[in-house]
Design a protein around this ligand. Structure first.
Ligand code: SAM
Length: 243
């Protein structure tokens, strides 16, 4: 997969080259390119923003600069690209979104700042039949799209084949079966007077699987009842319902 990020703060994306993601880049599983939006400005001040039509506080990112930047970055590679515009006003980014994007050959992220990017940049791309997603990473407002990109890229890249040492761990993660994952324990058996649940030390794999499933159901019911309510009809079997 090729990932391009356009931003006025390229340094913000440095963590993408650390740890698991850095290894994925080193192994050739991901090509990453970070571009400075200001290199597509034409004025001496390298301005990327202007005051909003209709008045109001803050500044809006200028469409000319973004249009030229996106055209140039898209032309860098022949692979079809999905353009991603982080915005609190977008559709929620979820594990399902991350999973779906693993099927893309190329993702191009456009990091907004200030009051965001002039809407015509997205409208123009859609008019040219380019796939564009406006997505939010949660119901809160960040200063810029860079942190949202770090979140989304990490969620996608760890799902790519060959990135996780043990792919089974992603299959057991929260959200993969629609539930939150239950608690996990490691050595020692007793720590500060707290013992690891007996069943996990029993060696009985069927009982362990049942216990884990019950804890996942319990935790999801307590913390995210919305996830339980959204499960498809056939997601729960009789043993689940008996819990
Ligand atoms: N005026 C915008 C609004 O209320 O919808 C908020 C703009 S925010 C201060 C500046 C930039 O931060 C956005 O263009 C977007 O790139 C990014 N951003 C902020 N919160 C975000 C979120 N929850 N998810 C994704 N991106 C976000």
């Amino acid at each position: 997969m090729r990932i391009d990020v356009i931003t006025i703060f390229p340094g913000y994306l440095a963590p993408l080259r650390e740890a698991l993601l850095g290894r994925a880049i080193g192994a050739g599983l991901v090509d990453l390119a970070v571009h400075d939006l200001r290199s597509w400005t034409r004025d001496v001040h390298q301005a990327v923003d202007d005051s909003p039509y209709g008045g109001g506080p803050g500044m809006v990112m200028r469409p000319q600069v973004w249009g030229e930047a996106l055209d140039a970055v898209l032309a860098l590679d022949e692979r079809p690209a999905r353009i991603v515009v982080p915005t609190p006003a977008g559709r929620p980014f979820t594990q399902a979104t991350a999973q779906a994007w693993t099927g893309e050959e190329r993702l191009v992220f456009a990091c907004g700042r200030y009051e965001g990017i002039d809407q015509r940049v997205v409208d123009d791309a859609r008019r040219r039949d380019l796939p564009v997603d406006e997505v939010s990473i949660g119901d809160y407002v960040l200063v810029g799209g860079e942190v949202a990109v770090l979140v989304m890229v990490e969620a996608v890249v760890r799902l790519l084949p060959g990135v996780l040492g043990n792919p089974a761990s992603a299959q057991q993660d929260s959200f993969s079966d629609g539930l939150l994952e239950g608690p996990a324990y490691t050595r020692p058996e007793v720590w500060r007077g707290l013992a690891v649940p007996e069943v996990l030390r029993s060696g009985n794999h069927a009982k362990i699987a049942r216990w884990r499933r019950d804890r996942a159901l319990e935790r999801t019911a307590q913390r995210r009842p919305d996830l339980l309510a959204a499960l498809p009809e056939d997601a729960l079997d009789d043993a689940d319902r008996a819990f």
